[in-house]
Design a protein around this ligand. Structure first.
Ligand SMILES: NC(=O)c1ccc[n+]([C@@H]2O[C@H](COP(=O)([O-])OP(=O)(O)OC[C@H]3O[C@@H](n4cnc5c(N)ncnc54)[C@H](OP(=O)(O)O)[C@@H]3O)[C@@H](O)[C@H]2O)c1
Length: 359
């Protein structure tokens, strides 16, 4: 069974996803939405830096809503809930790194209704949030009993993330410390990480206090720092540490932290990643303790990351890998707790079906 896929946007996540869709033995790319007018009418492969795929990009939402397709990999810069609802109501499943990781009672009535109308599924997945902060901690937690604390933490050099709108307007680099600390984007961005905390607490059975805690620390440039949003001038935000924590009667039981730095030089305070460098970590305190460090999702150099950032590609691929499972799932907003194990697939030349046809 091959599922017909529409890719929504060809930013870093979208370009990684398209390559993943082409490599996936159960998926066929049939459509692609782009935001930029100058990308419309172009072959999607060309837009994504791979061979032509015979599918032309469009910015016509109506055309894509009407298209025969099973699922949409939805990765624009910001979610348009009305468009997501239309896609779901038209019978297409939607997978996205933009939210709905564990929405609980958040404002989802319209989307739930659209899922029921279209017999479709909405699933949020990514890397951070959407992987490191809940899926992998839950998996590792199964090897410990009497768990007292779960930590998920990212250490990344954001000079390698070539998405200026995300880096400047969502992640708040280059702002004054006052602008960054008072920005409403903090709550917007924190919502995904707080959903992760709620998912872990729900499954492990932590009886969380009603409000999570959120700490936002910034470090400013002491000299001009080159970055994907241009030069960050002295005094502007050049490194940030966000910490969200879930507590039980005031005792911290879940910690999610991002260490996002524009390098490790010319920062005040002078933060660094420590001897282990860039990485993602998952740690479980229990019987026994466990600590898992993930490498490979950070590029080897700034230039390599700006061309193709493995963490951004991994975000897209986590969504792509979920597509067949979501297509086979019941209707509704489904999380990792509802879906079966999601796995990747063998390379085309090693895969049993494509390997045979390639011979
Ligand atoms: N959960 C996670 O782990 C995770 C990880 C990474 C990223 N993300 C999120 O995923 C999204 C995409 O990230 P990215 O790295 O691919 O960003 P990106 O490289 O900046 O690409 C975003 C794309 O959005 C489209 N776009 C631009 N302006 C738009 C607008 N006003 N309205 C709608 N779409 C617009 C463009 O599409 P076209 O190029 O097709 O014209 C652009 O390429 C972001 O929201 C980011 O925060 C989540």
């Amino acid at each position: 069974m091959n599922y017909r896929v529409i890719q929504w946007a060809t930013g870093g996540v979208g370009r990684g996803a398209v390559a993943g869709i082409i490599n996936h033995p159960e998926l066929t790319l049939v459509g692609c939405w782009v935001h930029s007018a100058d990308k419309t009418g172009k072959d999607v492969g060309e837009l994504c830096g791979i061979d032509p795929v015979g599918v032309l990009a469009t910015n016509d939402v109506d055309e894509l809503v009407a298209m025969e397709a099973d699922v949409v990999m939805y990765s624009p810069i910001q979610a348009d809930k009305k468009v997501v609802a239309r896609l779901l109501a038209s019978g297409k499943n939607v997978v996205t790194p933009l939210g709905w990781f564990f929405p609980g009672k958040r404002d989802v009535d319209v989307l739930e209704k659209a899922c029921q109308q279209g017999n479709s599924t909405l699933h949020g997945t990514g890397i951070h949030p959407g992987g490191i902060t809940e899926r992998f901690p839950l998996m590792v937690s199964a090897l410990s009993s009497a768990i007292t604390h779960v930590r998920a933490e990212e250490f990344s050099d954001i000079r390698t993330y070539g998405a200026p709108d995300v880096v400047g307007e969502i992640m708040l680099f280059g702002k004054t410390p006052e602008e960054a600390i008072n920005s409403p984007m903090l709550h917007f961005m924190g919502d995904g990480f707080i959903q992760s905390i709620e998912m872990v607490a729900h499954e492990l059975g932590f009886d969380l206090d009603p409000e999570p805690t959120c700490t936002h620390e910034v470090s400013v440039a002491t000299k001009p720092i080159d970055s994907p949003i241009g030069v960050i001038e002295p005094g502007r935000v050049a490194a940030q540490r966000f910490t969200w924590q879930g507590t039980v009667s005031g005792e911290v039981v879940i910690t999610v932290r991002t260490n996002w730095f524009m390098g490790e030089e010319h920062l005040d305070p002078p933060w660094n990643f420590g001897p282990e460098g860039e990485r993602f970590e998952v740690e479980i305190s229990g019987d026994p303790n466990a600590k898992v460090t993930f490498h490979g999702w950070h590029p080897e150099s700034i230039a390599a990351g700006l061309k193709r950032n493995p963490g951004v590609v991994a975000t897209g691929i986590h969504g792509v890998s979920a597509l067949p499972y979501v297509c086979r799932a019941k209707a509704g907003i489904l999380t990792y707790l509802d879906l079966p194990l999601v796995a990747g697939r063998a390379a085309p030349h090693l895969h049993k079906t494509r390997g045979e046809s390639a011979q």
